[in-house]
Design a binder for this molecule. Structure first.
Ligand SMILES: Cc1cc2nc3c(=O)[nH]c(=O)nc-3n(C[C@H](O)[C@H](O)[C@H](O)COP(=O)(O)OP(=O)(O)OC[C@H]3O[C@@H](n4cnc5c(N)ncnc54)[C@H](O)[C@@H]3O)c2cc1C
Length: 447
């Protein structure tokens, strides 16, 4: 796709300059841009978003859960960023009056085998404290104690862990708040209806050579919409640094700057949600999660009960791997998933069977297909889940890929981390250092 795009959109010389260019106005791109605007008030920050509004893709198609940080390996970025991000979200919600609720969550076991899974989670929480990674409090409840708290939970549930730090947030209000902070600033700007179509390294200046760090940045070419869904004007800007936060499209942006053999392929797992109105949930106050059936894989946490800020109940998301059509270079056709968002009745029946294991009073008639979201995954179906990937593969090009759950919870902490990378590795490094500027990068060096 990278080659095809380059053929379609020939090089354009840049017309202006920006210090930081963030691709994508999902919650992660917005959080990063807000942080950069505040951390570097003397430098300009643009966010380029292809849709007409913020958060039209994964950031508005998720469970809106503030996760506690218990599910991921202790030394992973997911754990560290989730715990830090969780605390930052609660603080921010309080500071700006953004809707969020610290509901707490119950992870429910329906067998002795699942009690073993809960024990492992409990032990992990202890380890996280011991290692100084963070505090994820968990409390043991017997089946009876669960039913005292949540009378709708069935007799099959033999025990549970209560996670008091889990909650819900209105992702839309959070994104609107971040958007406002950017647009109210002197140096931040959001550019909507504009798609990044091509990225070239700026030619070396001042007598330098490629690879010696003297490049001026990246020539980012964009295409605006013509208002009728067609292609409008093409233009290019010189970005001193680029931050790729393009979510489901992040690999297509990253692959623009990588040689063929280093190109990345993302994989896609859809999650469907079902709204519910009916008996069997009238008293529910906590988020209710089953134990994942295959607890070796973190690809899904099981079809669980969440609620939004208005108290509307929904179940989901399930996990359905998608097989994308491939282009002539063997890469997935960009945005192929846009035609696969419908939620089907077949998936709904599977969800009802799952939910009845812990909430026996729910009635099939109360379920209705709701919405779906797509997880951008770095691992394939059947492979062990992979950590977030936040890399600095080329000077001044920071790239985030595989930002699946808990990306919403982690967004403000990811922004902190990227700010640090920009401060130390982009602005702090100056010119001429060359080679690997990020210890975190898995792409070790540049040519
Ligand atoms: C089913 C599901 C449930 C989830 N539940 C939770 C949860 O409960 N809690 C939690 O913490 N996390 C959850 N997540 C994860 C969370 O939603 C994501 O990690 C987060 O929204 C990712 O945000 P993002 O900004 O990286 O991506 P996105 O929201 O996808 O934003 C990327 C943006 O980039 C734009 N873009 C792409 N290509 C271009 C281009 N070429 N030019 C310009 N713009 C471009 C897109 O239009 C889009 O707006 C869930 C995810 C899914 C799929």
């Amino acid at each position: 796709m990278a080659r095809l795009l380059r053929k379609k959109y020939s090089y354009l010389p840049p017309e202006g300059t920006v210090d930081h260019l963030v691709v994508g106005a999902g919650v992660v791109g917005l959080a990063i841009a807000e942080r950069l605007v505040k951390a570097f008030p003397g430098r300009s920050t643009f966010v380029v978003e292809r849709h007409g509004q913020v958060g039209q893709e994964t950031s508005s198609r998720n469970s809106e859960v503030i996760h506690s940080g218990i599910y991921y390996p202790p030394t992973s970025l997911k754990t560290a960023l989730c715990i830090r991000g969780r605390d930052l979200i609660y603080e921010r919600c309080e500071q700006y009056g953004i809707g969020c609720k610290n509901t707490g969550k119950l992870v429910l076991a329906t067998s002795q085998e699942q009690m073993g899974y809960l024990k492992a989670l409990h032990e992990k929480a202890r380890k996280l404290r011991e290692l100084g990674v963070g505090d994820v409090p968990l409390e043991w409840l017997s089946g009876e104690q669960v039913r005292e708290l949540e009378p709708d939970v069935g007799e099959r549930v033999v025990g549970a862990l209560l996670s008091p730090k889990t909650g819900i947030v209105s992702s839309h209000v959070l994104m609107e708040n971040l958007e406002k902070e950017i647009t109210d600033s002197e140096t931040g700007e959001l550019v909507y209806g504009t798609r990044v179509v091509r990225i070239d390294r700026a030619e070396p200046s001042g007598g330098g050579k490629r690879g010696d760090g003297s490049e001026d940045g990246w020539v980012v070419q964009t295409l605006t919409e013509d208002g009728g869904g067609g292609e409008g004007e093409r233009t290019a800007v010189l970005a001193k640094s680029v931050i790729n936060a393009a979510g489901l499209n992040a690999h297509h942006i990253l692959n623009q700057i990588l040689p063929q053999e280093q190109r990345l392929q993302l994989h896609f797992a859809k999650g469907s949600y079902f709204s519910y109105r009916g008996p069997g949930v009238s008293n529910v106050r906590h988020l209710l999660y089953p134990c994942p059936e295959e607890n070796v894989s973190l690809s899904g946490l099981g079809t669980h009960l969440t609620m939004d800020m208005d108290g509307e109940i929904r179940f989901g998301p399930d996990v359905e791997w998608l097989s994308p059509p491939l282009d002539e270079e063997g890469e997935d056709v960009p945005d192929f998933w846009a035609t696969r968002m419908a939620v089907t009745d077949e998936r709904m029946q599977l969800a009802i069977d799952e939910v009845r294991k812990f909430l026996p009073g729910v009635k099939a008639e109360g379920f209705a297909p709701d919405y779906s979201g797509i997880r951008p995954k770095l691992s394939k179906k059947g492979e062990t889940a992979v950590d977030f990937s936040i890399t600095h593969p080329r000077p001044g090009f920071i790239s985030l890929q595989g930002i699946e759950s808990p990306g919403l919870t982690s967004s403000l902490a990811i922004a902190e981390m990227v700010e640090q990378m920009v401060r130390e590795e982009v602005h702090g490094l100056g010119k001429g250092r060359g080679q690997n500027v990020s210890e975190r990068g898995r792409l070790e060096s540049w040519a």
